[in-house]
Design a protein around this ligand. Structure first.
Ligand SMILES: [Zn+2]
Length: 256
């Protein structure tokens, strides 16, 4: 069996048996690695206690020809994220983004962008930086795009015209995009009613082309955060075909 090595982010930990753990990591190449970590909870010899949620680590593993589950051999800490784990809103957001990646990561490898953007979020929040709620819809939109599920927010799904300041927009979660007020009147069908203003759609599309490190400087109004999240989170859960556990937790933390 060959030995593989990569930098990775710890996305999920499931205790197994007395002392073992099944750890799912996202490698820097964008691959999900589900690994069996023997005695991870009883001995610090191989893993040194570094396989904590959201830590950036360097892992070594052996692949198993008959199973997706690899065998983790060693792990070293690259960057500890206790600053994220110890703050409830940062932790809840990171749990939600991890679930988003785990659910929508369908192919074997997705390239380094998902990993890089998540690392930016974690690095920016591991110290004293406060968590800004507008990062939730921006990260949702970014991860959906990188994982191949981006909803259409820049042209009307029906007339295909680009968003325009004179029109209002309505997000159709089941179709995965927006319809303009003109088309909505004409179609007169049954719509899920998720209104999104031109201003908000324009804001999302401008932020979309920036590096997530620049998102900090652009706080939104609470109403804008709420509208964008409501539309995107309907779409996310409808597309996934199930509710996200971590989303209820995040919404509770952010509203308290
Ligand atoms: Zn239209």
């Amino acid at each position: 069996m060959d030995l593989f090595k990569s930098k990775a982010l710890v996305l999920r930990r499931i205790p197994y048996g007395e002392a073992d753990t099944i750890v799912t990591c996202l490698s820097e190449e964008g691959r999900l690695i589900k690994g069996f970590a023997p005695s991870e909870r009883s001995s610090r010899k191989r893993f040194g206690g570094v396989l904590d949620l959201f830590n950036q680590v360097e892992v070594q593993w052996k692949e198993n020809r008959n199973s997706e589950l690899v065998r983790l051999q060693l792990a070293d800490l690259v960057c500890g994220m206790e600053g994220v784990r110890n703050d409830l809103s940062k932790f809840a957001a990171a749990c939600y983004f991890a679930e988003l990646i785990l659910v929508f990561h369908k192919e074997n490898e997705k390239g380094p962008a998902v990993y890089n953007d998540f690392v930016v979020f974690l690095e920016e929040h591991k110290n004293h930086e406060t968590f800004e709620p507008h990062l939730v819809p921006l990260m949702e939109h970014r991860f959906l795009d990188l994982l191949g599920f981006r909803p259409e927010l820049s042209v009307c799904l029906d007339c295909r015209e680009s968003i325009h300041p004179d029109r209002d927009y309505f997000f159709q979660g089941k179709k995965g995009g927006i319809v303009c007020s003109k088309c909505k009147t004409r179609l007169n069908g049954s719509f899920e009613n998720y209104p999104l203003s031109y201003k908000l759609l324009d804001l999302i599309s401008r932020e979309f082309h920036k590096n997530p490190r620049q998102w900090k400087s652009n706080p939104w109004s609470p109403v804008e955060v709420h509208s964008a999240r409501r539309a995107l989170e309907y779409f996310i859960q409808y597309t996934a075909g199930k509710p996200f556990k971590s989303l209820g937790f995040l919404s509770k933390i952010l509203s308290s």
